[in-house]
Design a protein. Sequence first.
Length: 94
Amino acid sequence: MEQAIQETTRLEPKSAVRVVKVVGSHVVTSLEYNYDKQRLTVVFAKTGSVWQYDLVPAEIFGIVVSSSSIGAAFNKYVRGNYDGARINLLTDTV
């Protein structure tokens, strides 16, 4: 299945955040990248769980987002290469 992305850029106080909604991926539902904090937040398709990965360079985010398979690119370039932690959006600070 071909993937499509729908993206927005949200400006927050003293930071720029890019949000990408992924359509057609079996791995990732959406990505959010905070340029100031170099933080990638990922929502996974199968579980709906939300993970944050810190100190991910903007270049890596760009590679993942521009890939024809965002899930495969995430697995290759981010998973296992950057520290990640599952977060609970109701109790954790994003």
